[in-house]
Write a protein that binds this ligand. Structure first.
Ligand SMILES: Cc1cc2nc3c(=O)[nH]c(=O)nc-3n(C[C@H](O)[C@H](O)[C@H](O)COP(=O)(O)O)c2cc1C
Ligand SMILES: [Fe+2]
Ligand SMILES: [Fe+2]
Length: 390
């Protein structure tokens, strides 16, 4: 039994053999569905887990209840009804028929979409922004957090012990307790791809929490955070304002025969010679798009390089732009390189897509390659390198 504080016990489940989170994001170090049990006069559980780990979760609950000498949990606090957290609610109710759910009105409405045959109207205690609940010694305060991933989300502050149960916020693609690879990179990939579109909603939540005091953040995925909370808070604030962390440049390219890739590498050399220290070259055909989206969040500058393909963009570049636009990323300096053997149109198509996004600065017209990189293209590439770094 792992302890978050003297009376908060970790009862989450580790998923070390899921290949794709939410059906699309590759996992390299597994993921956890965190769940917490608060031992008090009333026993409360924070969030259920994915059905994939029902058995592990029920075993943890049974063992923990046994250790604390409780027969059954009184409350399940449902902060988010997405199936990676709420999937096991039906099974929990079967096992503990007296359990009361605590959630927002929106969550109660959505739960009935996921489970037939449960009367959520009588089962749910509805809480609104700022409402409190006492478990005995422990006092809980609820903060609605609409669109900090889904519309029904809330987070909960344990004002007695200073623990913020933060739902998907401050979560990461990692297992519980795993800080080994550092938090930032996978948390950024998680944030950018999963929450990235909802920056304004995250800002509203941060604003609500600004005057509150807590020393531990207990998210629904990945490690519990207690040291250096300012670091995680600062990153969340930056990401949700779409502010880059670095002045560097992402060069994201898609190439069939290597000509465009050659130009991308040449540009990377030029940028480094011009003094740009943080240059990331990414072959969009070989890296999952979620990594490119995360780097686009991290870096201020971006150069998109695409071949023209069937009168269109190369599919991998097209997919990147689509994700990128969906995340509402804004305020980047962007350069373009297009390639084509008879009628290059990739530059215009990329410029059109960028034109639909907020506050994107196209630094110069696209550099056009004819089939491959020629010596005669060097001045245009050099000019692009200088412009993008301004
Ligand atoms: C299936 C296919 C479709 C293509 N469609 C176009 C096109 O519509 N217009 C064009 O100018 N070039 C087109 N091309 C040519 C490539 O854009 C061109 O050869 C480019 O130089 C390839 O660059 P790379 O070496 O980076 O792959 C096509 C190539 C392939 C393989
Ligand atoms: Fe979620
Ligand atoms: Fe989640």
């Amino acid at each position: 039994m792992q302890e978050i504080s003297s009376n908060i016990h970790y009862i989450g489940a580790q998923d070390d053999n899921l290949d794709l989170f939410e059906g699309q994001y590759p996992l390299t170090a597994g993921i956890s569905y965190n769940s917490y049990l608060v031992d008090d006069e009333k026993v409360a559980i924070f969030d259920a887990v994915d059905m994939r780990r029902l058995y592990d979760w029920l075993v943890s609950i049974t063992e923990t209840l046994g250790r604390i000498g409780a027969a059954a949990p009184d409350y399940l606090i449902v902060q988010h009804v997405e199936p990676d957290h709420a999937g096991c609610i039906g099974a929990l109710i079967d096992r503990y028929p007296g359990i009361q759910l605590v959630c927002t009105a929106k969550a109660a409405g959505m739960l009935s979409q996921f489970f037939d045959g449960i009367d959520f109207a009588s089962r749910c205690t509805i809480v609104a922004d700022g409402d409190t609940l006492s478990l005995g010694r422990t006092n809980l305060k609820f903060f609605t957090a609409p669109m900090v991933h889904w519309p029904e989300v809330m987070v909960t502050l344990d004002t007695t012990d200073g623990v913020l149960f933060s739902a998907d916020a401050f979560g990461t693609f990692a297992m519980y307790g795993d800080h080994a690879g550092g938090w930032d990179d996978e948390a950024r990939r998680y944030y950018a791809n999963i929450v990235g579109r909802f920056g304004a909603s995250v800002q509203m939540l941060l604003k609500k929490l600004r005057g509150e005091t807590f020393t531990t953040v207990a998210p629904l995925h990945g490690p519990v955070l207690s040291d250096d909370l300012a670091h995680y808070w600062t990153l969340y604030d930056k990401w949700s304002r779409y502010e880059p962390e670095s002045e560097g440049t992402l060069i994201a390219y898609a190439s069939v025969y290597g000509g465009t890739a050659l130009a991308a590498r040449r540009l990377a050399d030029m940028l480094r010679s011009e003094g740009c220290r943080d240059v990331v070259l990414m072959d969009l055909c070989r890296h999952d798009v979620s990594y490119a989206v995360a780097e686009a969040f991290r870096l201020r500058r971006l150069v998109l390089c695409s071949v023209t393909y069937d009168g269109d963009l190369f599919p991998a570049l097209h997919a990147f732009l689509h994700h990128f636009e969906a995340k509402k990323l804004s305020g980047r300096r962007v350069g373009l390189i297009e390639n084509g053997s008879w009628a290059p149109v990739a530059g215009r198509l990329m410029a059109d897509a960028l034109g639909r996004m907020k506050d994107m600065t196209l630094v110069a017209p696209a550099v056009t390659l004819r089939s491959t990189l020629h010596d005669s293209d060097e001045p245009a590439l050099q000019a692009l390198a200088r412009e993008i770094l301004k």
